[in-house]
Design a protein around this ligand. Structure first.
Ligand code: SF4
Ligand code: SF4
Ligand code: FES
Length: 228
């Protein structure tokens, strides 16, 4: 049997299998930690940084991504402290500035408490979360796409710019892309930098319940509303 460890997240005692991440442990207890690049079936890379938590140790604390932090016996995690929420809000705000017309990202940002965006819009069509690359590699073993380029030029593409034979046209990459899940054609345009709130009202379903993937289809257990 897999050995279990006991830790504390936001004051609650949590038990999780050795080797699980703090994010997985929290979600299994319906403790909200916003996340975007994490998918339960794929490896974690800590790309979006939305899942940051405070890891308290020896009277000090360290901010780290919970999807890449493995559970340890006795660890103390603050997932929704003022410091974490403030930093997370800023990360979400930057994501909106990067991809203002992704409804999924707007939804996440609103639930992280973003009310206005103080950064200039970039209108990127990719936030480099890597969901597409990892699903292609790990779920389909196709290795048909990867990150190419550096810095501002970094993007997802076929290795030599052309679709390789290993691409089986499954479209899993597209179906998991937060830019494609719920594209928004306004109002996030230059000069109209605000969150309109229409996404939440449009996508909220009456069947919503804690633990379900809500509104933006970006992961089980995403329930920031309770922690505002
Ligand atoms: S459509 Fe092609 S590139 Fe996309 S996940 Fe499937 S195999 Fe990979
Ligand atoms: S194309 Fe979409 S899924 Fe792939 S890294 Fe960019 S934002 Fe993420
Ligand atoms: S979910 Fe952990 S960094 Fe994106």
């Amino acid at each position: 049997m897999q050995s279990q460890v006991t830790l504390t997240i936001d004051g609650s005692t949590v038990r999780a299998p050795k080797g699980a991440s703090v994010l997985e442990a929290a979600l299994s207890y319906s403790i909200c930690i916003p996340h975007l690049c994490h998918l339960p079936t794929l490896s974690d890379v800590g790309a979006c940084r939305l899942c940051i938590v405070e890891h308290a140790m020896n009277g000090r604390s360290k901010i780290t991504t919970s999807c890449t932090l493995l559970v340890q016996e006795g660890m103390v995690i603050h997932a929704n402290s003022d410091r974490v929420r403030s930093l997370r809000r800023n990360i979400a705000e930057l994501l909106v500035a990067q991809a203002p017309n992704s409804r999924a990202i707007q939804d996440i940002a609103m639930r992280c408490g973003v009310k206005e965006v103080r950064y200039p819009f970039r209108q990127d069509d990719c936030i480099l979360c890597g969901r597409c690359v990892r699903t292609c590699k790990e779920s389909y073993r196709a290795n048909a796409i990867d990150f190419v380029g550096r810095g501002r030029e970094r993007r997802v593409d076929y290795p030599y710019g052309e679709r390789p034979e290993s691409c089986v046209m499954c479209r899993a990459c597209v179906s998991l892309c937060p830019m494609a899940i719920t594209p928004c054609d306004g109002p996030m345009k230059p000069g109209e930098e605000y969150l309109c709130g229409k996404c939440e009202s449009v996508t909220q379903t009456p069947q919503y319940s804690v633990g379900d993937c809500i509104r933006c289809d970006l992961g089980k257990g995403f329930d920031c509303v309770r922690h505002r």
